[in-house]
Design a protein around this ligand. Sequence first.
Ligand SMILES: Nc1ncnc2c1ncn2[C@@H]1O[C@H](COP(=O)(O)OP(=O)(O)O)[C@@H](O)[C@H]1O
Ligand SMILES: Cc1ncc(C[n+]2csc(CCOP(=O)(O)OP(=O)(O)O)c2C)c(N)n1
Ligand SMILES: [Mg+2]
Length: 355
Amino acid sequence: MFNNKGTTGIEQLGEFGLIDHLTKNIEIKQKGTIKSVGDDAAVLDFSGKKVLVSTDMLLEGIHFDLAYTPFKHLGYKAIQVNLSDVYAMNGTPAQVTVSIAVSSKFPLEAIEELYQGIYLACDKYNVDLVGGDTSASKQGLIISVTVLGYADEKDIVYRNTAQEGDLICVSGDLGGAYTGLQLLEREKLVYLENPQIQPDLEGKDYIIERQLKPEARKDIIELLKAWEVLPTAMIDVSDGLASEILHICTQSNKGCNLYEEKIPIDPMTYDTARDFNLDPTVCALSGGEDYELLFTIKQADYDKIKNHPDISIIGHITEAAAGRNLVTKSGMVHELKAQGWNAFKGPQTNTQGAE
Ligand SMILES: Nc1ncnc2c1ncn2[C@@H]1O[C@H](COP(=O)(O)OP(=O)(O)O)[C@@H](O)[C@H]1O
Ligand SMILES: Cc1ncc(C[n+]2csc(CCOP(=O)(O)OP(=O)(O)O)c2C)c(N)n1
Ligand SMILES: [Mg+2]
């Protein structure tokens, strides 16, 4: 599996030395970043815009497994999952804070790689790292990121504003991160049984990347803006399509019809799910970690988005009394259940679908 090896002990640097080592090369990108790392608080200027704040943490053993997660990917992902929340509000992320709790068993080189991933994501998405906190951990590694972003008030898209008749759209494809995780978990077990055997992930790059290196959909937000389509409601897909559409319906007090045949699933996801005896639709509905955008639009905007290969129209919003339904490929109607990924439940529960 992957090596996260190195030789330099963190204790040689100490807390302040480590912080300095990790942050000394920061170059500010945002004009709204007045004071970055180094004082009691960062100072930010949003010049009359509304400020968006969101936070998500990643815990070793719950959100990631270091047996198959390179530190650089982990840092990159920790930033992406946070940026995704700002895009889901139709905003622009501008700054992040990153807090880490690290066991002193980790070599400095591992933390450097983690920060390489963090800085790579920050550079690519034009975001400043402006602060954080560093602690020792006696348990596993914890990474907590807070993102700050901005938007004009008129552009902000909430979860609770979907209207009857709106079309339900999703970007990209779903279920890939989950099937990628199944592959990584399988290869980990093989490796543990026989460390001589090399992981067999040949030809599975796409879904492995979906799990280890997700990309927040900044491009979709830019497209919608260019086409002058303001979604009526939006959420990012972190816990699975079923859970997210139910959030929109519940908060908007509406129902929905989702069509199984319209749910975008990459062929590699489909085949891998089948290899694992999993229903590909269930992977899309309940797998999670796709970090795609799920949004509703007015029917009048249909012509503007209908030909885009990376946006699928998968259903429509109904009145609340009509219920929240999945129409299967065979035309059966099932009630959608909130079977999204849940950190408090075991893996068994997480593989159940809408049926
Ligand atoms: N421990 C907490 N204390 C206060 N608010 C929380 C806490 N955990 C989650 N929230 C809030 O609950 C809402 C839903 O959280 P979550 O399901 O994690 O959203 P997301 O999937 O966008 O990360 C968000 O507004 C979040 O800020
Ligand atoms: C070791 C390991 N276990 C489980 C998963 C699956 N997993 C981790 S986070 C997640 C969903 C999103 O996590 P959450 O903390 O609920 O994010 P939020 O909804 O708050 O954005 C899933 C499906 C994983 N990637 N790695
Ligand atoms: Mg969260």
